[in-house]
Design a protein around this ligand. Structure first.
Ligand SMILES: NC(=O)c1ccc[n+]([C@@H]2O[C@H](COP(=O)([O-])OP(=O)(O)OC[C@H]3O[C@@H](n4cnc5c(N)ncnc54)[C@H](OP(=O)(O)O)[C@@H]3O)[C@@H](O)[C@H]2O)c1
Length: 235
């Protein structure tokens, strides 16, 4: 017998929210709630009534509303996978709410498997070159012209990965917002003798959406706050 579909709430119904909604049935979800700027202005849609029976939420909204929505979800004990970026200056407030309410939250600047493998490749490169003073590092990222935050959340995560790997020198960062690029990230190391470049280029948004749905399945029934790059290979 088929398992009953899990009830999914979509917070943010733009490019990513719509795609997650389209792919949701393939991942065993039924979308029961869609919140956007019209029905969720100032968090008006984050009510216990709207979320009654919701098993999990996926948030692909905008940076300015993510943290308030996440705190509200924690209060309502609704697990959430947050794909929206540009809100990490509020991470401590969100973490405190998740802990206070014994709630569940997974967040990630990039839900694609390829990018999460790329983080590890970049870590290895940064570790190898950390002590090689003749190399300078750069990070370049490009996204479509509608993306509001820059540098991208993925770029910031890549910088963290380099620091965690022991690369302490400056990294020159550049962003383009142009056309319809779904997301390209490049890390480079340059010396007088040579250049090393490692690049990830997304071909579409499908990998992000499928990763978000997998993260949503994973977070149901768990407690605590998780960063996607630490758990993606356990999904
Ligand atoms: N983690 C990943 O793998 C991944 C992948 C791709 C993108 N992202 C991130 O996901 C986010 C969304 O990207 P996108 O391309 O889907 O952007 P988008 O098309 O602009 O979608 C965001 C949606 O949220 C809506 N919104 C505004 N206020 C809201 C509120 N109070 N409550 C709920 N929704 C509200 C926006 O409406 P209005 O436009 O009318 O304001 C818009 O429809 C961005 O931060 C992006 O960087 C992450």
């Amino acid at each position: 017998m088929n398992e009953p579909k899990k009830k999914l709430a979509l917070i943010g119904y733009g490019r990513m929210g719509r795609l997650v909604g389209e792919l949701a049935p393939e991942h065993g979800f039924a979308v029961v709630l869609k919140l956007d700027e019209f029905n969720n202005e100032n968090g008006a849609g984050m009510t216990a009534e709207n979320f009654a029976g919701v098993d999990v939420a996926v948030d692909f909204s905008i940076p300015s509303v993510v943290a308030d929505n996440a705190v509200r979800l924690a209060e309502m004990q609704t697990p959430v996978a947050i794909g929206a970026t540009g809100w990490l200056d509020e991470l401590d407030r969100v973490r405190a709410a998740v802990e206070r309410h014994d709630a569940a939250l997974v967040y990630g600047a990039n839900f694609s498997v390829g990018v999460n493998a790329f983080y590890r490749i970049v870590e290895a490169a940064a570790k190898a070159l950390a002590g090689q003073e003749e190399y300078d590092a750069f990070l370049y990222e490009a996204h479509h012209k509608f993306k509001v935050d820059a540098p991208s959340g993925t770029a910031l995560r890549l910088l963290d990965a380099m620091r965690e790997a022991g690369y302490a020198r400056a990294v020159d960062v550049a962003s383009n917002r142009v056309g319809h690029v779904p997301g390209t990230h490049e890390i480079g190391f340059d010396s007088a003798a040579d250049t090393i470049r490692v690049t990830h280029a997304a071909r579409s948004r499908v990998g992000f959406a499928r990763g978000a749905l997998k993260a949503a399945r994973w977070i149901m029934g768990r407690k605590g706050l998780y960063e996607f790059s630490k758990i993606w290979d356990r999904l």
